[in-house]
Design a protein. Structure first.
Length: 254
């Protein structure tokens, strides 16, 4: 008697379903493991996160290909000549805007823009890539308006701005004012949608509410950094701020 089982047509869909379920469980376990690692980092190294200081140390991962892992804050900076070689117009993501962003961001940014439109809360961009020189002028502007001490908490010195990475955007509601001219953009329909959904498209809020002691900057509900969907999910599920995660991953807390 032949011991091999003949696969009939009704059997094949069942096997496909089993394979699909198994694959999904594998993916979910991978996500859970990544989240567990991040949570472990939060618990094990919370005391190792340095206090906010205004220094000028070159970021340890400052190659343009390390954009997902580069820590830029009040201490760690990018080189003055750091300029991504794949900058493209925001028009490629569907915005009526000529400002620049890295090409690697376009696909997910376009998907997020479309999802916001379908949700009835269209978004627009207020600020995108900034060069070292541009940030120098920006910081000087805010110093002139606020004074140096106040500006240090709300505007990055040249080299210390995430915008220079080319993967950061300041958003606003389409047709609305700059988000920083509002009491809390996150409480508007578009801002609230971004809080709930941006991570699904690879974006994370760099400077969340009540976390200035961890991020070194004031709360900025408009400032989102693109990490890619997997890493954005990791940050979202871990409960860590982006600065905490990048600091621990860098190994500088060892």
């Amino acid at each position: 008697m032949n011991s091999r089982v003949k696969l009939t047509k009704p059997t094949l869909p069942i096997l496909a379903t089993v394979v699909s379920i198994t694959r999904e469980k594998f993916i979910q376990r991978g996500r859970t493991l990544a989240c567990t690692i991040a949570l472990g980092l939060a618990g094990s190294f919370a005391l190792a996160l340095p206090e906010c200081a205004f220094e000028d140390r070159l970021a340890t991962r400052s190659d343009i290909h390390d954009w997902q892992y580069t820590l830029v804050d009040t201490t760690w900076r990018l080189p003055a000549d750091y300029e991504p070689d794949d900058l493209v117009s925001l028009r490629e993501a569907g915005f009526d805007d000529d400002r620049l962003i890295r090409a690697v961001v376009i696909e997910d940014l376009s998907a997020m823009r479309q999802a916001a439109i379908e949700a009835g809360v269209p978004i627009a961009v207020q600020s995108a890539y900034r060069s070292y020189a541009y940030q120098h002028n920006t910081f000087d502007y805010w110093v002139g308006i606020q004074g140096r001490e106040a500006a240090l908490g709300s505007s990055a010195r040249p080299g210390h701005s995430e915008h220079q990475l080319g993967t950061v955007l300041d958003f606003r509601s389409e047709g609305g004012p700059a988000a920083w001219d509002m009491e809390d953009w996150a409480e508007t329909p578009a801002g609230a949608w971004m809080v709930d959904n941006s991570w699904r498209y690879g974006f994370v809020l760099s400077y969340p509410k009540d976390a200035s002691h961890l991020t070194c900057y004031i709360y900025e509900p408009w400032h989102y950094r693109y990490l890619g969907r997997d890493r954005a999910r990791l940050v979202h599920e871990s409960g860590l701020t982006l600065r905490e995660l990048l600091w621990h991953e860098s190994g500088m807390d060892r």
